[in-house]
Design a protein around this ligand. Structure first.
Ligand code: ADP
Ligand code: 5GP
Length: 196
């Protein structure tokens, strides 16, 4: 059995992570996605259990106390975290699981979990990022400003990642991300069985 992989994906809000990942899962349906627990309100169009389990702050704090999270962070006033059990199950069975987490979550996963690689999804420019967030129309002007301020801090930390994909043309970005995942599958240290 090949070793499983934890695939960490980050990028500023509005850089296009969800859009790229939706296309990636059509191309590579064998990949798993880690459904995060979150204390923020559901946006229009979001579905419970698809990308997030929407829970209260109290329920989230209970998960922290129960040591049920692989990592968690507070982002723009809300808790976001990765439930531990599904990730451990996937890795134990040799699967690949995508964790879409912020830069702090990514740093914690790198520190605590082996067999990971990380990809930073960057916008082509700050102006494009602002336009995408505004046009998405899911946040108030205040929230957009706080996410843009956060984006500047996050861009500085892109150097902590193994790979960067600039999401300018969507098809190209999806192809580049798929290429990275394919190349990682062929690392010698992930293919001990074949070589033995
Ligand atoms: P994130 O998940 O990083 O917050 P989204 O996937 O929600 O970002 O994308 C933010 C907005 O930008 C959405 O309205 C989406 O349709 C749009 N978008 C994403 N990728 C592209 C792209 N390559 N070209 C143009 N618009 C894009
Ligand atoms: P959004 O509210 O736009 O869905 O997500 C806001 C930020 O939280 C994004 O940077 C996203 O990557 C991050 N995020 C989503 N799920 C998790 C998680 O489980 N843990 C951490 N640390 N960050 C997350």
């Amino acid at each position: 059995m090949n070793k499983g992989s934890l695939i960490i994906i980050s990028g500023p809000s509005g850089s296009g992570k969800d859009t790229v990942l939706k296309r990636l899962f059509i191309k590579m349906p064998e990949l798993e996605f880690s459904i995060s627990s979150v204390s923020r309100a559901m946006r229009e169009g979001e579905v419970e259990g698809e990308k997030y389990n929407f829970i209260s702050r109290e329920q989230f704090e209970q998960m922290i106390n129960d040591n049920a999270l692989l990592e968690y962070n507070e982002y723009c006033g809300n808790y976001y975290g990765t439930p531990k059990a599904p990730v451990e199950r996937c890795i134990a069975s040799g699967g690949e699981i995508i964790l879409e987490v912020d830069v702090n979550g990514a740093a914690n996963v790198r520190k605590n979990c082996p067999d990971n690689f990380s990809v930073f999804i960057a916008p082509p420019s700050f102006e494009v990022l602002r336009n995408r967030l505004t046009n998405r129309g899911t946040e108030t002007a205040d929230v957009i400003e706080s996410r843009l301020a956060r984006a500047k801090e996050e861009m500085v930390r892109a150097k902590e990642y193994d790979y960067v994909v600039v999401n300018d043309d969507l098809d190209t970005a999806v192809q580049e991300l798929a290429g990275i995942i394919l190349a990682e599958r062929h690392r010698v240290d992930r293919n001990g069985d074949i070589l033995d």
